[in-house]
Design a protein around this ligand. Structure first.
Ligand code: BEZ
Length: 209
């Protein structure tokens, strides 16, 4: 086991953090990164986290030289350049743009799902903005429908940045939004997720109960 040279500011509930941790495990780099719990709230930044990361994003990765890499997309790209196995983000060509676009769809699901979580769990009920919440949920449903109809074979072909991102998005829906019942309208995604959810990288990074 090597001594960690990097530090990952993380929160085990964050699907964006989970993507990074899954990629670390899939590429055999988990021992290179120490985890540092960071619990910023939308109204109270974490003082340590905002050093070199003024937006206060998690995940953020502090490198050995003290510089900080963020956000999750950039961290994945960085870490994918730090191992000698097959890249999990295609380096060039149409595959790069397609796999990153699928990953962006997954990030969009996560963005909307986290916003719904913040609005519904943190804001007082009388301040909830119902049409906005509905549209966030619609974004999630539309994106799932497109993945179900057009992308399932691509996702199933190999476990890379696209599949990692979609798997973490689905895991977050199970974690925070079980009431959305995403499996009912997306049986192919459900079958695919039942399989990839059993990968050691996914099992080791499950959100807290
Ligand atoms: C959550 O508790 O759902 C959460 C925490 C940190 C980042 C994103 C989501």
């Amino acid at each position: 086991m090597s001594v960690p040279s990097m530090t990952l500011f993380h929160n085990p509930a964050s699907p964006f953090v989970r993507k990074v941790r899954v990629l670390l495990i899939e590429t055999g780099q988990q021992d290179r990164v120490a985890l540092l719990a960071s619990m910023p709230s939308p109204v109270a930044p974490d003082a340590q986290l905002v050093q070199g990361n003024p937006v206060g994003k998690i995940p953020a990765l502090r490198l050995a030289d003290g510089s900080v890499v963020h956000d999750s997309r950039v961290i994945l790209d960085y870490l994918d350049h730090q191992h000698v196995g097959n890249p999990l983000i295609p380096r060039d060509g149409s595959a790069r743009w397609r796999r990153l676009t699928l990953a962006s769809m997954a990030d969009g699901i996560m963005d909307a799902a986290v916003l719904v979580r913040y609005e519904s769990a943190l804001r007082p009920v009388e301040k909830h903005w119902a049409p906005w919440l509905d549209e966030q949920r619609n974004k999630i449903r539309r994106t799932l429908a497109e993945l179900e109809q057009d992308a399932i074979a691509e996702l199933a072909s190999h476990f890379d940045v696209a599949s990692i991102s979609v798997a973490c998005a689905l895991g977050y829906l199970d974690f925070r939004h079980p009431d959305m019942h995403w499996r009912a309208d997306n049986p192919k995604l459900a079958a695919w997720y039942a399989e990839v959810g059993q990968r050691p990288s996914m099992l080791e990074t499950q959100p807290p109960v």
